[in-house]
Design a protein around this ligand. Structure first.
Ligand code: FAD
Length: 471
């Protein structure tokens, strides 16, 4: 896209062109605000489109089909012989899709009359943002409102230095040039388990080392236990309650020092590639926060009051509180811009769903059983296994279950947790029901199409009042 000749005065200047920033810019354009979005990458779309959600899902999809040839096709009576991996082609189709998506944002900017200002933005005082472009030239933009949407970056692990193709973060793990023989994933969170699954399916031996004594903190424990069992059955190995304290890279691989989290003797573990996936941290480097008196907390997140961080300065997405997810950033974006435009704006973080895009998928929204217990909320649970769901059975995808948690007194749905095929698509129903303050009986008495996996959600909801009919 040819750069628009930007006027230097805007209603809103947004720093960062990820799901938070680009959606904010589009909504601002829709509402007739004169908007600019500053992005320092070569392309729009932020972490999500460039090195996050989208490339990881491209590899998850391709590797799932690759594995299906040996694991599922024979069961279905399809005989095609052993599949051959063309990793370069798999990577290039991923990049083609990413390129198309980032171009799509450029199109949406044009459509909504948003200026993309290429370069690094720095707040230079109230209503002022200085942009430094790649050639070092500087432009000063003025705006009634400034929005910080600078996102996050991978958290490094002390003692374990990144090294290209050997010790990598998620970005590196999305572009390895060869399938590792032994991939060690440090951190059993969503990103580690998704990328670990990709490389396991393509032929790597995968060991996941996790500090806690369970995988996927944040996930309902019941679900996490069943999920770990499924991943183990697929061939992943787990070392829980263990911390990595150092790494040494040699010619033939990486040696990690691993200690029990609770203390004890250290041992070494060898792999040829290590993926450090211990979380992400807010990114605010060189942002000039001090010029407008914006505070950060101990972990670097911007402290905000209903998205406002200072007079005329707003924040959204990964760089502030709430789940570090693209769809959360997108909701923040709409709320912030509507507040700037004088409308109401609010996001209920309890209703932000989480999804792990493995096979089967894991998806949940609302409270876990542990959270409800800790809060002293009396609840009832209904559970339904996919072994009893006709569509899942026909497709040989019977791992997992649906669990619906509802208030014991009012029946209002408090949480829905799914481990199963396409759980990510199914969780939307729970989000809508919960946003409307729905009860388990509402889902139980709504007609669901047959045969679909979503019938398992209905049957689990029926289970809350003890009348599950098909298990
Ligand atoms: P970002 O997407 O990080 O965008 C911020 C942008 O700001 C960046 O492009 C950066 O270059 C730019 N920037 C920063 N500082 C400046 C500056 N000073 N000047 C100019 N530009 C600047 N989330 C999901 O919901 N679903 C998923 O499936 C999913 N998968 C993921 C997989 C991986 C491997 C990773 C790493 C993340 C994944 N996420 C997923 C998380 C998701 O990517 C983030 O939550 C989301 O991108 C956050 O959006 P954001 O707009 O807040 O920030």
């Amino acid at each position: 896209m040819a750069d628009a000749a930007p006027s230097s005065t805007y209603d809103v200047v947004i720093i960062g062109g990820g799901p938070g920033g680009y959606n904010a810019a589009i909504r601002a354009g829709q509402l007739g605000l004169r908007a600019a979005c500053i992005e320092m990458r070569e392309t729009l779309g932020g972490t999500c489109l460039n090195v996050g959600c989208m490339p990881s899902k491209a590899l998850l999809h391709a590797s799932e089909l690759f594995e299906a040839v040996t694991r599922e096709f024979p069961t279905l009576g399809i005989e095609v012989g052993a599949p051959k991996l063309n990793l370069a082609r798999m990577m290039s189709q991923k990049q083609d899709s990413v390129n198309a998506l980032t171009k799509g944002i450029e199109f949406l900017f044009k459509k909504n009359k948003v200026d993309w200002i290429r370069g690094r933005g720095r707040i230079a005082g109230k209503g002022q943002v200085e942009v430094t472009s790649a050639d070092g030239s500087k432009t000063l933009l003025t705006a009634k409102d400034i929005v910080i949407a600078t996102g996050s970056e991978p958290t490094p692990l002390p003692g374990v230095a990144f090294e290209a193709d050997r010790v990598v973060d998620s970005t590196g793990a999305l572009s390895l040039s060869a399938v590792p023989k032994h991939l060690i994933v440090v951190g059993a969170g969503i990103i580690g388990l998704e990328l670990g699954s990709v490389w396991r399916r393509l032929g790597a031996l995968v060991t996941v080392v996790e500090y806690l004594d369970r995988i996927s903190p944040g996930m309902d424990k019941d679900l996490a236990t069943a999920f770990q069992r499924v991943l183990t059955k697929q061939g992943m190995t787990f070392r829980l309650g263990a911390k990595v304290t150092a790494s040494k890279t040699g010619k033939d691989g990486v040696e990690l020092t691993v200690e029990p989290s609770a203390g004890g003797a250290a041992e070494t573990m060898k792999g040829d590639v290590v993926l450090v996936a211990i979380g992400r941290r807010p990114y605010t480097e060189g942002l000039g926060l001090e010029t407008v008196g914006v505070a950060v907390d101990k972990r670097g997140f911007l402290v905000s009051d209903h998205f406002k961080v200072a007079e005329g300065v707003w924040v959204m997405g990964d760089v502030t509180y709430g789940p570090m997810l693209a769809h959360k950033a997108e909701e923040d974006a709409v709320a912030v811009i509507e507040l700037i435009a004088g409308k109401a704006g609010h996001v209920d973080y309890n209703l932000v769903p989480s999804v792990v895009y493995t096979a089967p998928e894991v998806a949940w929204v609302g409270k876990t059983e542990d959270q409800l217990k800790a809060e002293g909320v009396a609840y009832k649970a209904g559970k339904f296994p996919f072994t009893a769901n006709s569509r899942a059975k026909i497709n040989h995808e019977t791992d997992g279950f649906v669990k619906v948690l509802a208030d014991a007194a009012t029946d209002r749905i408090l949480g829905v947790h799914i481990l199963g095929p396409q759980a990510g698509e199914m969780i939307g129903e729970a989000c809508v029901a919960m946003a409307f303050g729905g009860s388990s009986e509402d889902i139980a008495r709504v007609c669901h199409p047959h045969p679909t996996r979503s019938e398992a959600v209905k049957q689990a909801a029926m289970g809350v009042e003890g009348w599950t009919m098909q298990a």
